[in-house]
Design a protein around this ligand. Structure first.
Ligand code: GRF
Length: 224
């Protein structure tokens, strides 16, 4: 068989590993999107995470590693990284992975670790974002995909989507509106990453060649 001409070979398809803890709707959105990458594995820290079934339905390998089996955060993160690295991913994607990661773990994947967060960062880092947005009375809320850095929910932002907060919103109604947008921007961000259109540069800033639209706006509330 003729050996492939390496010089003329297009860039090898990128490989990603996705980490989850729960229902996996973002995972489902990623798998449905026919991304320009190989999803090598889905890893959960919870054996009953619904996302594991979604991964299996798409024929993606799954692994479970429970944080409860480890003495501390550092021991768990070391074991988790060992599993991830068996797949040699280009990027590690946190899709509802509900664990705070050690600095060592984050440094190990510097520039290769991305997360989706259900707020317009830097507003509302941490948990209960929708409740807090309602309490503060903000009129625009949303979601963010960002590179992960040691400071929780503060890494360089790749993409955001905004939604209006309505007068009679409950946290659940607002969460559902935001989630719809998560399912749009997460695949978009991973696509850009895998196509080399966005990256985190050496100074920890975003370097990107993504399309921008100056006229895009959301005003809330807005009269009809
Ligand atoms: C999403 O809201 C995501 O932004 C947050 O955790 C939730 C995960 O939901 N990090 P799902 O498991 O993807 O449905």
């Amino acid at each position: 068989m003729k050996k492939p001409d390496v010089k003329n070979k297009p860039d090898a398809m990128k490989k990603i590993v996705i980490l989850i803890s729960g229902r996996g709707s973002n995972l489902g959105a990623l798998l449905e999107s026919t991304l320009p990458c190989e999803v090598a594995a889905v890893i959960s820290n919870k054996a009953d995470a619904g996302g594991l079934e979604i991964a299996t339905a798409y024929g993606v390998a799954t692994r479970v590693i429970s944080h409860k089996d480890y003495a501390d955060r550092a021991a768990f993160d070391t074991a988790l990284a060992a599993i991830i690295d068996t797949f040699q991913p280009d990027f590690v994607v946190l899709a509802g992975f509900m664990r705070i990661l050690t600095d060592d773990f984050v440094h190990h994947y510097a520039g290769r670790l991305v997360n989706i967060h259900p707020s317009l960062l830097p507003s509302f880092p941490g948990v209960n974002t929708h409740e807090r947005a309602l309490e503060e009375g903000v009129k625009i809320h949303g979601c963010t995909v960002h590179f992960v850095t040691p400071k929780l929910d503060h890494g360089p932002i790749i993409i955001q989507a905004a939604v209006p907060v309505l007068r009679h919103d409950t946290p659940q109604a607002l969460a559902a509106r935001v989630l719809q947008q998560e399912h749009r921007i997460f695949p978009q961000a991973i696509r850009w990453l895998c196509e080399g259109r966005v990256r985190m540069d050496a100074s920890g800033r975003i370097a990107a060649s993504c399309d921008e639209l100056a006229s895009a706006s959301l005003i809330s509330p807005q009269s009809a």
